[in-house]
Write a protein that binds this ligand. Structure first.
Ligand code: C2E
Ligand code: MG
Ligand code: MG
Ligand code: MG
Length: 282
């Protein structure tokens, strides 16, 4: 009896494996079609100056709207795109689209684009970036590239050389999700970043435990002594906002200041400005 139960359980397990494999294959298939079918869209989240609360620019965040699946979060499909090598085509589309849309914004308003470490591994990233800028007629100073420390984990020397080439184009390089990796401090010594984005886990922890606040303070003061701007990510409350302004972060971002939104909603926001909006809300 126990034998047959065991066999049944085994078969069930196999069927389960089949299902998850099938689901994965189907996701891959849909992802391969997504670009051609125009299912991708960039949303933009405001980045504001800590002092004036003026909008300095927007971070481009990729959205995939699949007719059957609905909105698939980037955390689900970007790792798959990386594994199947599709991140190069998708990443190029993101760069071109972000530059094209940013070219319509007021002068000086910047756009931040996320790069995956896989984009450093193949192809001509510097070529893609300069082509996207040229095609859109966007000044390089208006583009920021966000990378995480995963870029340093493999082909480190090559990737650092590539970062210098990108910087040489006149774009800014930000270190995203700072503090979540294994040895973030070491990376600050290996490349002259323009900006450190303090991971939102530290912002979230600021209220409950004092370590969050201590870490934010340490990073802000580190940035100040290295001449690197610091941005606090994931600001969700008025308390966090006030605190981080006091702590001397240069830039702020989070749902409390503005959620990621589709491009058509930007002109209205740019006209009235985030500072006005917050003032009105108070
Ligand atoms: P990220 O670059 O660190 O982006 C910030 C993420 O935090 C975004 O999630 C954003 O919507 C979310 N966020 C912003 N403010 C708040 C807040 O106040 N509270 C909370 N809880 N979340 C907030 P999203 O859009 O789901 O993107 C997740 C990650 O996917 C990004 O993290 C980035 O690593 C990656 N990603 C997004 N777009 C692209 C892209 O075009 N290319 C690549 N390679 N990666 C991308
Ligand atoms: Mg980012
Ligand atoms: Mg981040
Ligand atoms: Mg992230």
């Amino acid at each position: 009896r126990s034998k047959s139960q065991g066999r049944g359980a085994f078969r069930f397990f196999e069927a389960g494996m089949d299902q998850s494999l099938q689901a994965r294959r189907s996701l891959e298939g849909d992802l391969r079609q997504a670009l051609a079918r125009g299912e991708f869209e960039l949303f933009y989240q405001p980045i504001v100056a800590a002092g004036s609360l003026q909008v300095l620019g927007f971070e481009a965040l990729l959205r995939w709207f699949h007719p059957g699946r609905g909105a698939v979060p980037p955390a689900e499909f970007i790792p798959v795109a990386e594994e199947i090598g599709l991140i190069h085509a998708i990443g190029d589309w993101v760069l071109r689209q972000a530059c094209r849309e940013a070219a319509r914004w007021p002068d000086g308003c910047r756009v931040a684009v996320n790069l995956s470490a896989a984009q450093f591994r193949r192809g001509d990233l510097a070529g893609s970036v300069s082509a996207a800028l040229a095609e859109a007629g966007l000044a390089p100073a208006r583009l920021e590239l966000e990378i995480t420390e995963s870029v340093f984990l493999d082909d480190s020397a090559d990737n650092i050389a590539l970062l210098h080439r990108l910087r040489g184009l006149g774009v800014a390089i930000s270190l995203d999700d700072f503090g979540t990796g294994y040895s973030s401090l070491a990376y600050l010594n290996r490349f002259p970043f323009d900006k450190i984005k303090i991971d939102r886990s530290f912002i979230r922890d600021m209220a409950e435990d004092r370590h969050g606040l201590a870490i934010v303070r340490a990073v802000v003061s580190l940035g100040a002594s290295l001449g690197i701007r610091t941005l606090a990510e994931g600001i969700e409350t008025a308390e966090q906002l006030e605190r981080l302004r006091q702590e001397g972060c240069s830039e702020l971002q989070g749902y409390h200041l503005g959620r990621p939104m589709p491009a058509p909603r930007l002109p209205a926001l740019l006209e009235r400005g985030v500072a006005r909006r917050l003032h009105d809300a108070a």
